[in-house]
Design a protein around this ligand. Sequence first.
Ligand SMILES: NC(=O)c1ccc[n+]([C@@H]2O[C@H](COP(=O)([O-])OP(=O)(O)OC[C@H]3O[C@@H](n4cnc5c(N)ncnc54)[C@H](OP(=O)(O)O)[C@@H]3O)[C@@H](O)[C@H]2O)c1
Length: 267
Amino acid sequence: MPRIAFIGAGRMASAIVDGLLAAGTKPTDLVCFSASGTTAAALAARTHIQKAETLEQACTDADLVIIAFKPQHLDTADHRLMALTRGKLVLSVLAAKTIDHLAAVFPHARNLVRTMPNTPSAIGAGITGWCSRTPLSASDRSIVVGTLGAIGQELEIQENKIDALMGVSGCGPAFVFEFTGALRDAGIAAGLTPEEAETLAVETVLGSARLMARTDASPEELRDQVTSPNGTTYAGLQVLKAREFRATMREVVAAAKTRSEELASGK
Ligand SMILES: NC(=O)c1ccc[n+]([C@@H]2O[C@H](COP(=O)([O-])OP(=O)(O)OC[C@H]3O[C@@H](n4cnc5c(N)ncnc54)[C@H](OP(=O)(O)O)[C@@H]3O)[C@@H](O)[C@H]2O)c1
């Protein structure tokens, strides 16, 4: 792997660093920098990667520069980044920052990659959608796939679909957390203790997700396999149908997509 510089050393940078180290990248090939130095110092102390004292020190020997500060910091980022990323591959994890916007800040990068990771990346179980400014060379593609593969699965997607992806995988973990909490609360209402209901709800979501990932069957096929005519699952599913669960989910994802579009256009 190339030498990688992280500009911003918070939760997302930490997740990528952890994944890269677990995949065999040497700590000496990774360097981090943060505005105050506080998070960079903590990340370096925890993982033994290098902490840069200056932006120059972070970027000079790096081939890949990962932009991992908050989206609102992009327009006020240090102007030296423009020159310091000349000829380098720049990968942004900033939500709602378009390739055009990134290109204005990093105009001399050899290519730009916009990514949208999600929260399970923190444990290497994320799904990251990404797109690039221009088609990636074979070697840059392997750098991007190798880096994003360290925090889970990756999916190249056209930029005009990133807001839809945001609605499904970016925000999806929160929807699943909400569903799980609702399942737990429904279990309590049905007579379980909070502890029993929490264990049953979380393990059911976990086991079902594992089963979906391990089989070629669609979610609908798996649902039908456990639904006997007029049985218990059937009775519950009838309520979901009557309450238009699928129409509700369409609205949920559409609302997140619309908000993502608004944020990308600066609203
Ligand atoms: N966390 C997630 O699950 C997640 C998921 C998808 C996308 N993202 C994206 O990941 C990015 C980072 O999120 P996060 O959760 O990792 O945030 P975070 O934990 O709050 O970390 C933000 C980092 O940015 C640094 N920073 C702030 N201003 C800076 C500047 N001008 N120059 C250099 N570094 C600066 C901070 O450094 P100091 O505090 O040390 O100054 C800190 O290291 C965001 O753009 C977000 O959209 C996060």
